[in-house]
Design a protein around this ligand. Structure first.
Ligand code: HEC
Ligand code: HEC
Length: 154
């Protein structure tokens, strides 16, 4: 009995496969995603280098759009990854006393938004960096000279 069931199953599968082959050709896997290679490849990312300028060289980068997190204009060698125990960024950028008085070559003070708990107390600016802003590199990135994966008009 069991053998017959298996046999019928195999026959049906064969018929099914033949049917699929006879239909429209599928989309090639290399045409599916952003990576123009087959899904069986492990493409290596394009090599790039972050800027080498040390903090204090005084160059800032234009913002991508109004309200965008500014890109990090200096080298991040030794500063990343940001971890719970090690956040060098804060050592230089935590300076509420300097709000609104950025001096050339001095670290731009983190803005009041970074000291506002927008979830529990929106509108109330504190002098303590809010935990949600602790991992700077979640939003701020150094500039790398790479081609965009996808063109956009934003
Ligand atoms: C040794 C001090 C120092 C450290 C550490 C440091 N920075 Fe800076 N940063 C500066 C200075 C100084 C500037 C101002 C530009 C300049 O003069 O290079 C600056 C500029 C910036 C800016 C640009 C602000 C603007 O006005 O456009 C961002 C964003 C920034 N830093 C983020 C970071 C992050 C994130 C880290 C940690 C990964 C970090 N910085 C670590 C000193 C530092
Ligand atoms: C959740 C995203 C986010 C995180 C995390 C974050 N920032 Fe920002 N940051 C922004 C945005 C957005 C702006 C620009 C708008 C504003 O001023 O609030 C900004 C602005 C800044 C500026 C420029 C201030 C100015 O006056 O031009 C500095 C410097 C900065 N951030 C440093 C830091 C550092 C250092 C950390 C980590 C301790 C950090 N940020 C974490 C989103 C973030």
């Amino acid at each position: 009995m069991k053998t017959i069931h298996i046999l019928i199953g195999v026959i049906l599968m064969t018929v099914g496969l033949t049917g699929a082959q006879a239909g429209q050709p599928g989309v090639a896997d290399k045409d599916l995603g952003l990576s123009k290679s087959t899904v069986f490849d492990t493409p290596s990312p394009e090599a790039f280098a972050y800027g080498e300028a040390s903090p204090g060289s005084g160059n800032t980068l234009p913002r991508a759009y109004n309200g965008a997190p500014p890109q990090i204009p200096h080298s991040v060698k030794g500063f990343i990854p940001v971890t719970a125990r090690s956040n060098t960024c804060v050592a230089c950028h935590n300076n509420p006393a300097m709000w609104g008085q950025k001096a050339k070559g001095a670290p731009t003070p983190m803005p009041p938004s970074h000291y506002t708990d927008t979830r529990n107390a929106p509108g109330s600016v504190t002098k303590k960096l809010i935990g949600a802003r602790f991992v700077c590199t979640q939003c701020h990135v150094p500039q790398a000279n790479v081609e965009p994966l996808v063109d956009n008009t934003f």
